[in-house]
Write a protein that binds this ligand. Structure first.
Ligand code: MN
Length: 167
């Protein structure tokens, strides 16, 4: 028996044109999904549905891809939410607490009925898987957008120093 091995070579073109805004390159697991509605998100966020809610598992899940600077509005989940960061660097904040910097591989639990937001850092995109359990109690309740001031400075975290250290 003669086996035929097909080898496909993929050549990537070299693009030396400089972009005006330099964003850190991040490898994401999933392609960008559907653009999330602007009334609930600032900047561009894309949602890929992965786990359809049903009466057996009562769990909804998917992935959100946030471009650098993009974030959700303030919101809460009646039964809480688990985030698993799959790419990049982002921020997560529970109301009244400092912003938490989240990196690929981090797991974040958002407690039930607690206002919070999550999104990309200002210099790098971020993707996370989200899991919403016990959907019989509801999935999400949306509040106001996260302002620039809240995003960048409300938390006394020196993002410039932090990002410099990470480089
Ligand atoms: Mn959430």
């Amino acid at each position: 028996m003669i086996g035929i091995i097909a080898i496909t070579a993929i050549a990537f073109g070299c693009n030396n044109q400089k972009k005006e805004v330099v964003e850190k390159e991040v490898a994401h697991v999933f392609e960008k999904g559907n653009l999330a509605p602007s009334k609930f998100f600032t900047g561009n966020a894309y949602v890929t549905g992965l786990i359809d809610n049903d009466s057996v598992f009562t769990t909804a899940g998917g992935e959100v891809f946030f471009e650098a600077g993009a974030r959700s509005n303030w919101h809460l989940h009646p039964s809480g939410q688990i985030l698993i960061v799959t790419a990049g660097v982002g921020y997560h904040q529970i109301i009244g607490q400092p912003i938490e910097i989240i990196n690929k591989g981090d797991v974040v639990k958002c407690p039930p009925d607690t206002l919070h937001w999550h999104g990309a850092s200002k210099d790098a995109s971020m993707s996370h898987i989200y899991l919403v359990p016990n959907t019989e109690h509801g999935i999400v309740e949306w509040e106001d957008a996260v302002t620039e001031e809240e995003y960048l400075s409300a938390n006394k975290v020196d993002f410039d120093e932090y990002h410099k250290e990470k480089q």
